[in-house]
Design a binder for this molecule. Structure first.
Ligand code: P6P
Length: 283
């Protein structure tokens, strides 16, 4: 596991440099989820692939940017699913973006995830590593080494709300729930980048991030393997909860590598409100 985390640190430094120097133009291709790719998506994917394929403890990798898994080292024991540059379309408006890594043992499912790592490329470059606890590291740009900052824990109840999905297509009961949170004084914090949005809630004491099922996307938008399971793992290990509206996200399996799911990540108080709202709710 340490070997993988060391590889991810090298990946982060190279992607950080690429973001600052490479063209953010679009390429003529779509990724496996049908998202338009920018050149940095392809560049970042190549950086991750190069490092993980030579990481001896990795047996297989799969990228959000590619249809299928890729064999790595036959004697490895970890399956790594990753989103090399989540929210890349935000780079051309100079907003923070991130890389997400789910580390699985025995195959790809919520139950098989054994660690999660994400990187935030913002005014600083930070890495969060979730194993038994959740640890924050910050890149020392002079040495290009990540330095431990602190352990992260969620409060029982927070004050930040990240309401994703197209509001026009929210189910009525979901809209009422979100409106009630705002009436309770929650602060809206939503950039359109899952990594910085969830990082902010984690570091600012908690709250709720929601990307629900909607009339136009009943299964939500965010991908189980590359985005949802890793952040569900982080939030659970930080003392919070992560659900699809009814089930713990880490109890879910996958039908295909690129499955999506409605997802809610947050402090216990807010997630219990979500569960109560969605219990028996009619669409
Ligand atoms: P919307 C970025 O494209 C992403 O996959 C996540 O990082 C983010 O949370 C979500 O999509 C934003 O989606 O529909 O609000 O633009």
């Amino acid at each position: 596991m340490t070997e993988i985390i060391n590889s991810i640190q090298k990946i982060a430094v190279e992607i950080k440099d690429a973001i600052k120097t490479k063209d953010t133009g679009k390429v003529e291709s779509l990724n496996s989820s049908g998202d338009i790719q920018v050149k940095l998506d392809v560049i970042s994917d190549e950086i991750v692939e190069r490092h993980l394929l030579k990481t001896s403890s990795v047996i297989e990798i799969i990228s959000e940017e590619k249809e299928d898994a890729m064999p790595a080292n036959p004697n490895g024991k970890y399956f790594v699913a990753y989103d090399p540059l989540d929210g890349s379309s935000l780079i051309d408006v100079d907003l923070s973006v991130g890389s997400i890594f789910g580390i699985y043992k025995g195959g790809y499912s919520g139950e098989n995830i054994v660690a999660a790592v994400y990187i935030v490329y913002g005014p600083r470059v930070e890495m969060v590593v979730a194993r038994d606890t959740v640890e924050l590291f910050r890149l020392n740009e002079e040495t290009n080494e990540f330095e431990f900052v602190k352990e992260l824990r969620l409060e029982e109840k927070g004050k930040i709300l990240g309401p994703g999905g197209t509001q026009k297509y929210w189910y009525p009961y979901h809209k009422e729930m979100i409106d009630n949170f705002f009436k309770d004084g929650y602060r809206l914090r939503y950039s359109g980048g899952m990594v910085p949005d969830l990082h902010q809630i984690l570091l600012k004491g908690g709250g709720l991030f929601a990307y629900p099922g909607t009339e136009d996307k009943p299964k939500g938008k965010l991908r189980k393997l590359f985005e949802v399971f890793p952040f569900a793992y982080v939030y659970n290990k930080a003392g919070g909860l992560a659900v699809d509206g009814k089930n713990d996200l880490l109890d879910l399996d996958i039908d295909g590598y690129h499955d999506t799911t409605p997802c809610f990540f947050g402090s216990n108080y807010e997630i219990k409100k979500v569960l109560k709202t969605y219990e028996g709710a009619e669409k």
